[in-house]
Design a protein around this ligand. Structure first.
Ligand code: NAP
Length: 320
C-alpha cells in the first residue's frame, strides 16, 4: 500500500495525486492548487503517474485514455459542453463543474451595464449625437423595465437577484421550479412564451445541451417585443446567428450584446463585427478566479476523500 503523509493524530492518510491539464496557464493553476491543497501531489503533462483526480480545462482527449483510475474530474469552467463532447471522457465517475468561483459578480456587472444602456437609451442618444440631434426622451421608472433571464443557476440567479434588487422588473426561466425574491420564475414552453412576450431585455445564461441548442430561433426571438435587446453571455450555439442578424436588420431586435459565438474566435468576415447594433466582447463576460477556483476544487477533493457528497456534479443525462 502506498502511504502518504501522517495526519496530526499519527493516522496514515493516502496522498491524493492530482493531475492538472489546461490548454493555457497550466503553471498558474498548479501554483494556486499547491497553495490550496498542500497535502496533494500535483502533476501536469502526459508523463504523470496514474492519478486520483484530474483538474481540466480544454484537456487533450488522450489524457483520459491513459488516466484510467480517476475518482473525479474537475472542470475549471462552469460550462461543460466541450468536455462532454470528448469521446474518451469517462462516463462512470463524477464530472464536477465550477460553481460561481468569482464569475457571478462579473456576470452581474455585465448585465447591469447592458440593462442601464438600454433602460437609459444611451445608444439612442449616441445615434442622436452622430446626427447632431437634440432629442430628450421621457424618464421611466425602473419597475416598468422588464428583463428576462434564461437560466437561473449559479450565474443566472445571481443576475436576476441583483437586477431585481436594483428595482427592475425581472422574470427568470429554468428547467425546475425556483423561488427568488421579487423575481417571477417561469418554467416550460408556456412560461418561456410568457417571459419572452414581456422582456425588453433578454439575458441568456443557459448551459449548452441537446435541449437548449438553438433554443433562440427566429420564432422565439420574434416573440420578444419590438426593439428588445438580447444579451448572450452563455454559449453562441444557444441562438441562431443568421436569424438574429435578420431580426436586427428588420429592426425587431434593437441592440444585442454578444460575448459568445458559434465559432470562436469569431471569423473576421462575420457580419457581427461590423453590425451597428451589435456590441461584442471576446468571451470574457466572467473569467474563473484562479484562487477561488483552486479553493473550491481543494475543498471538494477533501470532501470526496472523506467520503462526503459534493455539489456541482454534472447530471450526465441533463448535460449540465
Ligand atoms: P448552472 O448553475 O448549471 O445553471 C443552468 C441554469 O439553466 C439552471 O437554472 C437550469 O435549470 C437552466 N436550464 C438548463 N437546461 C434548461 C432547459 N432545458 N430549460 C430551462 N432551463 C434550463 O450554470 P451556470 O453556472 O449558471 O452557467 C450557465 C452557463 O453560462 C454555463 O453553462 C456556461 O455555458 C456559461 N458561462 C459563460 C461564461 C462567459 O464568460 N461567457 C462564463 C461562465 C459560464 P435548473 O435550475 O432547473 O437546473
Amino acid at each position: 500500500m502506498e502511504l502518504g503523509r501522517l495526519e496530526q493524530g499519527g493516522k496514515a492518510v493516502k496522498t491524493p495525486k492530482v493531475l492538472i491539464s489546461t490548454a493555457k496557464e497550466q503553471e498558474d493553476w498548479r501554483r494556486e492548487l499547491s497553495v490550496q491543497l498542500p497535502e496533494a501531489d500535483l502533476y501536469a503533462g502526459m508523463d504523470a503517474p496514474i492519478c486520483d483526480y484530474a483538474v481540466v480545462r480544454k484537456p487533450e482527449a488522450s489524457l483520459f485514455a491513459t488516466q484510467t483510475q480517476l475518482k473525479a474530474i474537475f472542470s475549471l469552467g462552469a460550462g461543460v459542453n466541450g468536455l462532454l463532447a470528448i469521446p474518451t471522457l469517462p462516463k462512470d465517475i463524477p464530472l464536477v463543474r465550477m460553481e460561481d468561483a468569482g464569475m457571478a459578480s462579473q456576470m452581474v456587472e455585465y448585465a447591469l451595464y447592458a440593462a442601464l444602456r438600454q433602460f437609459r437609451r444611451f445608444s439612442d442618444y449616441r445615434q442622436d449625437q452622430l446626427r447632431a440631434t437634440w432629442s430628450p426622451r421621457p424618464a421611466r421608472s425602473r419597475n416598468e423595465f422588464c428583463i428576462g433571464v434564461l437560466g437561473l443557476g449559479a450565474l443566472g440567479a445571481e443576475i436576476a437577484r441583483a437586477l431585481a434588487q436594483f428595482g427592475f422588473r425581472v422574470s427568470g426561466w429554468s428547467r425546475t421550479a425556483k423561488t427568488i425574491p421579487d423575481v417571477t420564475c417561469e418554467q416550460g414552453d408556456d412560461g418561456l412564451r410568457r417571459m419572452l412576450a414581456r422582456s425588453e431585455m433578454l439575458l441568456v445564461l443557459l448551459p449548452l445541451t441537446d435541449a437548449t441548442r438553438g433554443l433562440l430561433d427566429e420564432t422565439r426571438m420574434g416573440q420578444l417585443p419590438v426593439g428588445a435587446s438580447i444579451v448572450n453571455l452563455a454559449r453562441g450555439e444557444l441562438l441562431d446567428e443568421n436569424a438574429l442578424i435578420s431580426l436586427l436588420d428588420n429592426g425587431h431586435i434593437g441592440e444585442t450584446h454578444l460575448d459568445v459565438f458559434e465559432h470562436e474566435p469569431l471569423p473576421s468576415e462575420h457580419p457581427f463585427w461590423r453590425h451597428p447594433r451589435v456590441r461584442m466582447t471576446p468571451h470574457i463576460a466572467a473569467l474563473t478566479d484562479a484562487r477561488l477556483a483552486a479553493r473550491q476544487v481543494a475543498s471538494k477533493i477533501r470532501q470526496l476523500e472523506a467520503g462526503h457528497p459534493i455539489t456541482g456534479v454534472v447530471d450526465r443525462r441533463a448535460q449540465y
